[in-house]
Design a protein around this ligand. Structure first.
Ligand SMILES: [Zn+2]
Ligand SMILES: [Zn+2]
Length: 258
């Protein structure tokens, strides 16, 4: 399996990551990647960039070292309604919106509440990709999530860092295996993400590749294999957003209006 895309990476702007976008792009280029997502944490995470960071991303060149850069965010779900910590006026200008649950940014709840928050965020027209459902911070019904992913055609991530660097590794690995099995069963779109917080982890998918092979996720469900497919999918999401606005979608419900 040749993986040409890493949509989930962090720079020093995240506050607890340690490389610049230039260093990440160089690492991506050396690994043969064609597309790199720059997805620093949304503003409700301690140390994360403020909104000015996201408002100024257009100054980053379209390509660095021959790698196309997608300026984006890893937005935080903030409550049981699945609301995000980014105003729509900022999300509107980003090329890639990852969404996930993180401690501190989300207070937690029952398994049902967490699952509902996650699926509601997945239904948000601004969400492009749901990240690391396998992290053990919050209990969730992973089968329901895989089912929703297939129903909504929203990719769910198999996160390489959850499998390799997280503290509660055994539980994370169990969870990741479960969600991967359910993704194989319901055939929703899958994305592998490095979640790199240092340049040498960019494009690092070894554990995730082993897992998706193990559970039998077919290669055509994995978006990373084709930069063209990823770009086409993101363009489709832009279109769907404009459609949902036309249909009178209540924008203020999908993010904090500033
Ligand atoms: Zn994360
Ligand atoms: Zn991340």
């Amino acid at each position: 399996m040749k993986l040409l895309v890493d949509l989930h990476t962090h720079t020093i702007a995240s506050g607890h990551a340690y490389s610049t976008i230039t260093e990440n792009a160089l690492a991506a280029s050396r690994k043969g990647l064609k597309l790199l997502g720059m997805t620093d944490h949304g503003p409700s995470m301690p140390g994360a960039p403020n909104l000015y960071h996201f408002g100024n991303l257009s100054i980053i060149p379209d390509q660095l070292y021959g790698v196309k850069i997608l300026p984006g965010v890893e937005a935080n779900i903030t409550n049981h309604e699945g609301e995000l910590d980014m105003p729509l006026s900022y999300l509107d200008h980003l090329e890639l919106i990852l969404v996930g649950l993180h401690p501190i940014c989300y207070q937690g709840g029952t398994c049902e509440q967490n699952t509902e928050a996650y699926i509601k965020a997945m239904e948000n027209p601004y969400t492009d990709i749901m990240v690391h459902p396998g992290r053990p911070d919050f209990d969730m019904d992973l089968e329901k999530i895989a089912h929703a992913s297939a129903r909504l055609n929203i990719p769910v991530e198999v996160n390489n860092s959850s499998l390799s660097t997280i503290v509660d590794k055994a539980r994370a690995q169990d969870n990741c295996r479960s969600i991967a099995r359910y993704m194989a069963k319901y055939k929703g779109p899958v994305i592998l993400g490095s979640d790199a917080h240092f340049w040498d982890r960019v494009g690092e998918f070894s554990e995730a590749v082993e897992l998706v092979r193990d559970v039998g996720i077919s290669e055509h469900l994995i978006l990373n294999t084709s930069p063209e497919r990823v770009l086409k999918y993101l363009a489709l999401r832009r279109y769907q957003r404009s459609e949902s606005n036309i249909k009178g979608f209540t924008r203020h419900k999908q993010g904090i209006a500033l």
